[in-house]
Structure formats: C-alpha cells, structure tokens
Design a protein around this ligand. Structure first.
Ligand code: RIB
Ligand code: CA
Length: 300
C-alpha cells in the first residue's frame, strides 16, 4: 500500500509528543515529509528544538524540521503554558538533545514545496495554532489544490479550554484558522468535544514492554497531565483507524475579533460543507491504536 505523504504542523507540547510518536510508530502508513513548528505552548525556538529532540528519541532524525512563525498573524505569543506543558514544553521531562540542523526553508515554504512534490496527495496534520498554514495559503494562492486533506486538532462543538467558547489552537490565532477553514481544502476538525472523551491513562500501557528510554518518558508525560486526554494524538489516530471517529459534514466558521466569542467554531449542518466535524469517538478503538503504538516503538 502506498504510504500517505504527511506533514505535521505542531507546537510540542506534551500531547504533540504523542501525535509525533504515533506517526513515527506507524511508519509503514505515513511518509513523514516534514515537521513544521509554531509557538503556542512555548516559544517557536523551544517548540522547534522539542520537535528535533522528539524525532531523535524515535530514531527519525532524518525528518526535516522547518521552523514556523514567531508570532500569530495579529499578535504576539503569550507566556509559555507551563501548567499544561511544563517549563520546557514537554512536561519538564528531559529528552536527549538533538544536534540536527533546522531545515533551511521556513514552514510555509516547506509545506508548499512538499505539496507540489506530492501531486495533490499531501495530508497536513495541524495540531497547533494555524498560523503557518494561513501564511502558506496567503503566499501561495494555488496551494489548496495540492493538498488532499487537513486534519486539525482544534475547535470545539461544546465548551472550550482557552475560554468558555473557544479551544486554544483556534483562539490563539482565530484569523489564521478562518483562512484555513475558508481555503477550500477538505478539513477534518477534531475538537475538544471528542478528544476530552479519551483520557490517556498509564494502565493502557502498563503490560507492554518497551525500551525504558521511551516508555519512561511516555509514563512521565501521562502523569504530568494527570491522565487527561492527549488531544493531538486523537487527531493523528483518526488517520490510522478510520473507525475511531464519527464525522458529520458541516460548514464550519470561525469567530474572529476580540469579544468573548473569539475563536468559537460554529458548525452549520445545513450549508454547503467545508469540513467534517468529529461528533463522536470510539474510545476503545483509540486505545487499541495507542497500545499498538507502544508495541511498535519497542521495535524501532
Ligand atoms: O487545546 C488543545 C491544543 O492546545 C493542543 O494542540 C495542545 O497541544 C495545545 O496546543
Ligand atoms: Ca499542540
């Protein structure tokens, strides 16, 4: 079977770690063309080094890491999100430092180049604020026709986490998210309404043997997050097993501006769809994928 050419746009990030882990573990399914980085959970400098370190841990140092924006479209990054991601962005867990150089292309140029090379088959998994994608679409107006699908961890159909109405990735750069949702590329929106239903507990992994260098980090990160959901992993898992998620076609719009509803994602099921929004999750199937991930990581 032909592997899916994929780019992960990310702000690692504890749950971003699990998204990258899944992609590296299932390398028979995914041709990981690049990881592109953005700030959010921490500065872009920190998230970029984290991406390099995570790839080194999973023996994928050859994957190019292209640095993305140093600010949102309409504002600067806030302070690092220490409570959810630790001082270093990855739960205060120490990872061996990678000396691999950052790609010479910026994130948006890398996305464009790989999209052209992939002849319309490229899938983008976006698990951070959508600034890099918006910049890519603004710089390269033809780009949407070269991308097969964008899988987004972002938004919510119920309550948010940045505010009552908005999920963090969308809220941080609502202007960018709007550009992405209006790009014409088919979008899967994996929102908090489903990811929250799938907490990741240590018991899921307890009986699986794996190099402690990897398993200890995984267990520490789960503890750091008090066994809550790893949102970004859920988004990635939908590409591994299509039965994990129930989707509904919708026209999703993003509320911009500065008022209390900034970053809200509104799904209208009666308009021409621009997306599929996740409405339900099969948690057991998701856990099976996560267990298989660790089994595979034991063999890298
Ligand atoms: O709201 C959850 C999202 O915000 C995740 O992508 C997490 O990593 C943070 O960026
Ligand atoms: Ca993230």
């Amino acid at each position: 079977m032909e592997r899916i050419p994929i780019i992960i746009d990310t702000d690692p990030g504890v749950d971003d770690f699990f998204c990258l882990a899944l992609c590296c573990a299932f390398k028979d399914l995914f041709d990981l063309r690049a990881v592109t980085t953005i700030g959010g959970n921490n500065s872009t400098d920190v998230t970029t080094q984290n991406a390099l370190d995570i790839l080194k841990l999973f023996k994928r140092a050859e994957v190019p890491v292209a640095r993305g924006a140093g600010r949102y479209l309409c504002g600067s990054f806030g302070l690092p999100v220490i409570k959810a991601h630790g001082i270093n962005g990855i739960g205060n867990v120490y990872l061996e430092h990678s000396d691999t150089k950052i790609d010479r292309l910026k994130a948006w140029d890398k996305i464009h180049r790989e999209a052209i090379k992939s002849n319309g088959k490229l899938v983008l998994v976006c698990v951070g604020p959508e600034t890099n994608l918006a910049m890519a679409f603004s710089k390269y107006p033809q780009l949407p026709s070269f991308i097969r699908r964008i899988v987004i961890m972002g938004g919510t159909l119920t309550t948010g986490n940045a505010t009552e109405y908005a999920e963090a990735n969308i809220w941080h750069d609502a202007e960018a998210a709007k550009i992405v949702f209006e790009s014409g590329v088919p979008i899967d929106m994996i929102g908090l309404n489903v990811t929250r239903k799938a907490p990741l507990t240590k018991t899921i992994f307890e009986d699986i043997e794996c190099d402690p260098k990897i398993k200890d980090v995984i267990m520490e990160l789960i503890s750091f997050r008090h066994e809550e959901a790893m949102h970004d992993a859920v988004a990635m898992a939908t590409l591994i097993n299509e039965n994990i998620m129930t989707f509904k076609d919708a026209h999703t719009s993003v509320i911009e501006g500065k008022d209390e509803k900034r970053g809200m994602t509104v799904a209208d099921y009666d308009q021409i769809p621009n997306s599929r929004v996740a409405v339900d999750i099969n948690v057991e199937e998701y856990y099976k994928v996560m267990r298989e991930m660790l089994r595979r990581l034991a063999e890298i």
